[in-house]
Design a protein around this ligand. Structure first.
Ligand SMILES: Cc1cc2nc3c(=O)[nH]c(=O)nc-3n(C[C@H](O)[C@H](O)[C@H](O)COP(=O)(O)OP(=O)(O)OC[C@H]3O[C@@H](n4cnc5c(N)ncnc54)[C@H](O)[C@@H]3O)c2cc1C
Length: 443
C-alpha cells in the first residue's frame, strides 16, 4: 500500500496493506461510519483479541467540501423534526428503520459532546451556533482522530473486489485488503467535491443494481430564453409550485420561498419540486408545472377580488399584494395595459390576468445540472440492503451509507440526517459483525 501516513492518533494501526474495516469516502456518511465503527469496536474490544483497524479513504485533496458549502457555509446539520415522509426514493418503512436508529436528539447530543451546540431557526433547521460549517467539519475530524480510525487522502478508489472472505480495495495510490467495506462515496451532486458517481459503478460491478433514474435533485430549473420570469431576476416571493399530470390532475404542490433568476426559477419551493418534476416527466412526458403567485387564493376568489376593485388601476391593485415589478410583469404577460382600471380591462383580459396569477405555466426546459444540485435522486435501492445493518443483501461484508443509497431528502437538513443515521448503522454494524466473527474464530 503506497499511501501517506495515517491521520489517526490511536486505535489499531493499518499495517501490511490490511485494514479490518475500510470506509470508501470520507464525507458526512463516511466520517460518521468510520467514527462509529472505531468507537464501537473499541467499546466492545476483548483484551485477548487484536484491536480492530478502521481506515477511511477519500479521493479528495481537501476533506469535507460538501460540509463546508452546506447551508451557505453555515451547515444545516439537521432538522428539529425528521420523518420518513421528508424523503423520497426507497420505501418510507425502510427509511424509517434507519432514521430511528439515530434520531435528531442523538445528532444534537453527538455534536454537543464535541462542543458544537446547535441552534434551531424558525424554519426548524438546526445550525451550529457559530454559523460556521468549519465548526462541524473540525468536530468530525477531531472525533475521527479520537476514535482511532485512520484517514488517508487523496486516495481514490477505482476498484473493490471480493477476495475470499474479504475484499481488495485499489486505486492509483495502491491497494489494500480488508474484511469489511463501507461504501460511502456519495452520489453525483457537486462532482468537483469528489463525488462523481464512481461509487455507484463500484457497487454495480459488485452486483448491485442502481435505479434507472439518477437525476439531480434540490436543483434550480431553467425556463426558455426570453421568458418573462427570467426578466424578474432577483425577485423572491412566497409562491406555490404545482405539478400536474398530462390530464391536469394536481400531483403535488409545494409552497415556499421562490426565486426568479436570470435562467429560470430557484428557491426552496423549486428545489424541493425538482426531483418530483424529473420523476413525473419520466412517467408522463406531458406533465406540467405552474406557479401560483398568490397561494391560498383560488382563481374564483382572485376574480371576485379584481371585480371588487373596479375603479382602481390594475397595477395599483396588484401592488397591494405583491412587488410592483411582478405586478407590471404579470400585466404585460396577460396583455393588460398596466394603467387601465380593472373595469376597463374587460372580462377576457381580466380572466387572462387571473389565470396567470393563479397558475402561470412554467415551460421548464431542464435543470441546472450536477454542479448546482444539492443531492442525487436515485442510487442503490434500500431493497438490496438490510436496513438493520446497512449491509448489502447481495455482497456480504459490504455496507452502504449516505447519498449513494436511493434516498433523497427535502431541503432543511434532512440529507445530512440521513448521512448521520445510515453512517452510524453501517459503522456500528460492521464493527459488530467483525467482533462476532472474531468470537466465532472466523477471521
Ligand atoms: C451546495 C450543497 C449544499 C448542501 N447543503 C446541505 C445542508 O445544508 N443540509 C443538508 O442536510 N444537506 C445539504 N446538502 C446535501 C449533503 O451535503 C449531502 O447529502 C451529504 O453530504 C451526503 O453525504 P455522503 O457522505 O453520502 O456523500 P458526500 O458528502 O458526497 O461524500 C462522499 C465522499 O466520498 C468521496 N469519494 C467519492 N468517490 C470516491 C472514490 N471513488 N474513492 C474515494 N473517495 C471517493 C468524495 O470525495 C466525498 O468526500 C448540500 C449539498 C450541496 C452540494
Amino acid at each position: 500500500m503506497s499511501a501517506g501516513p495515517d491521520d489517526a492518533r490511536g486505535g489499531a494501526p493499518v499495517r501490511d496493506g490490511h485494514a479490518d474495516i475500510c470506509v470508501v469516502g470520507a464525507g458526512a456518511a463516511g466520517l460518521f461510519a468510520a467514527i462509529w465503527a472505531a468507537r464501537s469496536a473499541h467499546a466492545s474490544s476483548d483484551p485477548g483479541v487484536a484491536p480492530v483497524s478502521v481506515l477511511a479513504l477519500d479521493g479528495a485533496a481537501r476533506i469535507g467540501a460538501k460540509i463546508l458549502v452546506a447551508g451557505g457555509g453555515r451547515c444545516n446539520v439537521t432538522h428539529h423534526e425528521v420523518r420518513e415522509a421528508d424523503y423520497s426514493g426507497s420505501t418510507p418503512a425502510s427509511v424509517r428503520n434507519v432514521l430511528r436508529r439515530f434520531g435528531v436528539d442523538r445528532t444534537v447530543e453527538f455534536f454537543r459532546d464535541l462542543d458544537v451546540e446547535l441552534k434551531r431557526e424558525d424554519t426548524g433547521k438546526l445550525f451550529p451556533t457559530t454559523d460556521d460549517a468549519h465548526t462541524v467539519l473540525d468536530a468530525l475530524l477531531g472525533a475521527l482522530r479520537m476514535s482511532g480510525a485512520a484517514l488517508r487522502h487523496p486516495w481514490r478508489v477505482t476498484d473493490v473486489r471480493r477476495l475470499g472472505s474479504g475484499f481488495e480495495v485499489s486505486g492509483p495510490a495502491g491497494s489494500l485488503t480488508c474484511s469489511r467495506v463501507i461504501l460511502a462515496s456519495g452520489g453525483k451532486s457537486l462532482p468537483k467535491s469528489g463525488s462523481d458517481g464512481a461509487g455507484l459503478e463500484i457497487a454495480r460491478a459488485l452486483g448491485h443494481s442502481v435505479t434507472t433514474m439518477i437525476v439531480p435533485a434540490l436543483v434550480p430549473l431553467t425556463l426558455p430564453e426570453g421568458h418573462w420570469i427570467r426578466g424578474l431576476s432577483g425577485l423572491t416571493v412566497d409562491a406555490e409550485i404545482v405539478l400536474r399530470s398530462s390530464t391536469t390532475r394536481k400531483m403535488r404542490a409545494i409552497r415556499g420561498s421562490t426565486l426568479c433568476t436570470h435562467f429560470g426559477i430557484s428557491g426552496p419551493s423549486v428545489l424541493d419540486m425538482s426531483r418530483h418534476w424529473h420523476h413525473a416527466r419520466d412517467a408522463d412526458p406531458g406533465c406540467t408545472l405552474e406557479m401560483s403567485w398568490l397561494p391560498g387564493t383560488s382563481a374564483e376568489e382572485l376574480d371576485a377580488w379584481l371585480v371588487s376593485c373596479k375603479g382602481a388601476g390594475t397595477v395599483a391593485v396588484l401592488r397591494d399584494r405583491m412587488p410592483e415589478r411582478l405586478a407590471r410583469a404579470l400585466c404585460a404577460a396577460a396583455d393588460v395595459a398596466p394603467d387601465s382600471t380593472v373595469q376597463q380591462l374587460g372580462r377576457e383580459r381580466r380572466r387572462a390576468l387571473v389565470s396567470l396569477l393563479a397558475g402561470t405555466p412554467l415551460p421548464v426546459t431542464g435543470d441546472r445540472g450536477w454542479n448546482a444540485a444539492e443531492v442525487t435522486a436515485g442510487g442503490i435501492p434500500l431493497a438490496e440492503i438490510d436496513v438493520r445493518t446497512m449491509e448489502s443483501r447481495i455482497v456480504p461484508g459490504l455496507h452502504l451509507a449516505g447519498e449513494i443509497c436511493d434516498v433523497d431528502g427535502r431541503i432543511g437538513g434532512f440529507n445530512f440526517q440521513w448521512a448521520w443515521a445510515s453512517g452510524f448503522v453501517a459503522g456500528c454494524s460492521a464493527a459488530e459483525a467483525l467482533r462476532s466473527a472474531h468470537v466465532a474464530g472466523e477471521q
